[in-house]
Design a protein. Structure first.
Length: 429
């Protein structure tokens, strides 16, 4: 039976077809309206996210250490390096405005390999403070507290003969909240220990919130590898955090993450550079490698340092320069000069003993060292090292060795004991 119109006249096929087309058209218009509304909302949200990110980046930007970014520098084809510094302020009741950087990692992002490589530099590594007219050496973690980011970058650059143009300083206190904002991270501890009330069991995968992650990355006294073991756990936490930050889940707490970063990060990478890195290097976050500068325990007067042999400085330099697409260059600096003079005096790297290491005056020759006609300022280094120290620990090496990506074997097994009153190693954790 045919439908009738309002006047009771039977509806023709043509009228029925027009009414059906009108209904379909109304559906399409309705769907388009919903899509447009969603698109407008997404656009507004995207604009909000963009503005939030821009404000956070501008707040974190260190204009005092600004450097000129060359055209195409972050085009997704060229590798680049950033020095990551971790300060020991803002957590565990620490209130220093500019503390030592007990975490020092050179991160090289390589788009060809689609990964990034982290190179840790031990906090107690002996280094010439570049920019300090005294020409003295100290533990490398003091560079930032003495001369800020500029001295830290120049000191690391000089130590390894690598270009260090960019840096990012992370307040360890802010790390706790950042881990919480991404929903925590999972780790599998390499050893069993308890730190700051948080238990960790070897080989058991466990979820860490911010405080637990900080505790996991800070402990070193119960680790047989001491600070080297802690560096491995620090790199693990950073890797897990980067992976979580790179997921879409992080958008749910984007504002909190952005605000946290702006309050706890300082960098000389400006917003346009950060945008380019995010757009062109995001596929490099899924894979990572790591390495570290290996040193040997030695005493400079009453202070204990990690002394990196010249061969090890050269190994790390060569590896970083290769990742950056640079030719190998000889590492020749105050540190290698002192290594040569101390070896002339009988110092033996890898001897298995903690030896005395002398800071000779500049201009001293190997012949004068052998003849005993030298002068040194070891006492000056001992005094300066106190600025890089708060508590103490002791490392001693044995004679075992492991190959580290090069032709030289380095001792990596550590036994240790510590005494807060008498031991000269700096610590604070």
């Amino acid at each position: 039976m045919k439908k009738e119109d309002k006047l009771g006249i039977p509806e023709t096929r043509q009228h029925a077809r027009k009414r059906k087309q009108k209904r379909i058209r109304n559906w399409i218009i309705g769907i388009l309206a919903v899509v447009c509304a969603i698109a407008a909302g997404v656009g507004l949200y995207a604009t909000y996210l963009y503005k939030t990110a821009e404000q956070a980046a501008n707040k974190a930007y260190d204009s005092e250490n600004a450097v000129k970014t060359t055209y195409g520098e972050f085009n997704g084809k060229k590798p680049f390096a950033v020095m990551l510094l971790g300060t020991d302020t803002g957590a565990l009741d620490r209130t220093e405005k500019r503390g030592n950087t007990d975490t020092i990692i050179v991160v090289v992002v390589n788009p060809k390999k689609k990964n990034y490589t982290m190179f840790s530099i031990p906090r107690d590594t002996m280094a010439d403070m570049v920019g300090d007219d005294s020409n003295d050496v100290q533990k490398i973690n003091a560079a930032y507290s003495i001369g800020g980011a500029k001295m830290a970058m120049k000191t690391v650059s000089n130590l390894l003969n690598i270009p260090v143009k960019y840096y990012a300083l992370v307040n360890m206190g802010g790390l706790m909240k950042l881990v919480d904002y991404v929903g925590g991270i999972y780790v599998t501890p390499p050893l069993t220990f308890t730190y700051s009330g948080f238990p960790f069991k070897k080989g058991v995968r466990q979820h860490l919130n911010g405080q637990a992650a900080l505790a996991y990355s800070r402990m070193r006294y119960d680790d047989p590898q001491g600070d080297y073991g802690r560096q491995k756990r620090q790199r693990e936490v950073i890797t897990k955090l980067v992976q979580k930050l790179a997921t879409a889940d992080s958008l749910t707490n984007f504002s909190k993450i952005a605000n946290n970063l702006s309050s706890n990060v300082k960098t000389n990478l400006n917003f346009p550079a950060l945008k380019s890195i995010l757009a062109n290097y995001s596929d490099c976050t899924s894979s990572s490698d790591s390495d570290y500068l290996h040193g040997y325990s030695a005493y400079v007067s009453d202070a204990a340092y990690q002394i990196a042999p010249t061969s090890e400085l050269q190994r790390i330099s060569k590896k970083i320069r290769k990742l950056l697409g640079l030719e190998t260059a000889t590492v020749s600096n105050r540190e290698t000069e002192l290594n040569t003079l101390n070896e002339a005096a009988g110092f033996k790297f890898g001897s298995g003993e903690t030896q005395n290491y002398t800071i000779y005056d500049q201009g001293t020759t190997a012949d004068s060292v052998k003849s005993g006609k030298t002068s040194s300022k070891s006492s000056s280094s001992s005094k300066s090292s106190s600025r890089a120290s708060r508590s103490t620990t002791d490392y001693s090496t044995n004679s075992s060795s492991t190959d580290y990506s090069g032709s030289t074997n380095y001792d990596t097994t550590y036994s240790y004991s510590y005494n807060y009153n008498t031991n000269p190693f700096s610590g604070g954790y």
